[in-house]
Ligand binder design. Sequence first.
Ligand SMILES: C[S@@+](CC[C@H](N)C(=O)[O-])C[C@H]1O[C@@H](n2cnc3c(N)ncnc32)[C@H](O)[C@@H]1O
Length: 381
Amino acid sequence: MNNLFEPVRSIIEEEKMIKMILSNKRKKSLEYKKVDIRPLILKGEYMYHFEFIYDKKVTHSNLSKAKTKEKIAELMELSFKQADIFTDDNDITVLASKISKPHIVSRPATMKPQVLNHDDKKNYIIEEYKPCDFLVELGVMKPSGEVIKKHYSKFRQINRYLEIIDDVFPYLPKDRTIKIIDFGCGKAYLTFAIYYYLKKLKNLNVEIIGLDLKKDVIDFCNQVAVKLGYDELKYLVGDIAEYENDYADLVVTLHACDTATDFALINAVKWNTKVILSVPCCQHELFSQIDNDIHEPLLKHGILKDRLTEYLTDGLRGLKLEAHGYSVAMVEFTSLEHTSKNILIRAIKTGDTESSKALKANQEYETLKNFYKVNPTIGLL
Ligand SMILES: C[S@@+](CC[C@H](N)C(=O)[O-])C[C@H]1O[C@@H](n2cnc3c(N)ncnc32)[C@H](O)[C@@H]1O
């Protein structure tokens, strides 16, 4: 089977397709004569809706982004010679009588962006078509409340994170101001979202800090917070590893790079933070350390070593948290496709370091660490 050729592959990856039509059958015997494909949001996920058009009937199926790429590659190779693709930027026709030599023509765009939304919009904590001040300010939403299509992934990601916060809500204090820190906040979509949700939608007393190394980004975030009147939201320039503050009830991270995640977890554990929600990324630290004769046949493949590094890094983080009295779950963060940014570590402080569960986790941590001969930053705990 051919891989899906450019530019079709990137149009799907980057969620730029408004509509695609496959036509011009390769074989007369093919039962359906045309396939229409459109994006849609289903249960918060960006998917594609396929309509197979026969002489006297139409059938439908919804596929994930990854499966869509496979299906279109298969349909182009076996069933259709032509694809007409309408995107935000242009209209593209692919003529592929010979699949190995497609002829591609591009013209100015003729269709307006549109996403079929099959979801009950109540599924989203921050709803579309309801203007939300910080999303408008950060350029994710139009003042009308419509989400700008190229930012739909961000919109979905923020909502997913808020759902996870909602789940841990019972563990946060009810009788005083809730203190929250977002380590490695970047442009701070998430930090603003948490403030908006807890303070403006739930009317709770919160104090939130976003911390990042980048001064220009932090200056921008503080200006937005002031403009929106988000008084209990402050952004600070600083290194997570050197951050010294009293405590937080909830520590969050979203894609804090490599060992920045470890320092965020270490700070949280030192403060006895009740809830930690952390989506790691760029887990590179252990890549050059891993050394294991039994697994050498796996590790000689860079891509497998890379994946193992991610899982080992997060597995060891989870064990260290358990060893400090946290109840830990690895939660799927977004479910579109495999990505190293797809796992959220959810840790809730439920015990102490002396419990049998904590002691067992510490032993398991040591065994695993020695098995792979690694020395991760989380071991500083
Ligand atoms: C990939 S961005 C994610 C930003 C944001 N959380 C989001 O998901 O949109 C990672 C951010 O972590 C910040 N960062 C990395 N290491 C850090 C450290 N040691 N201390 C503070 N911030 C750090 C970077 O400056 C960057 O803004």
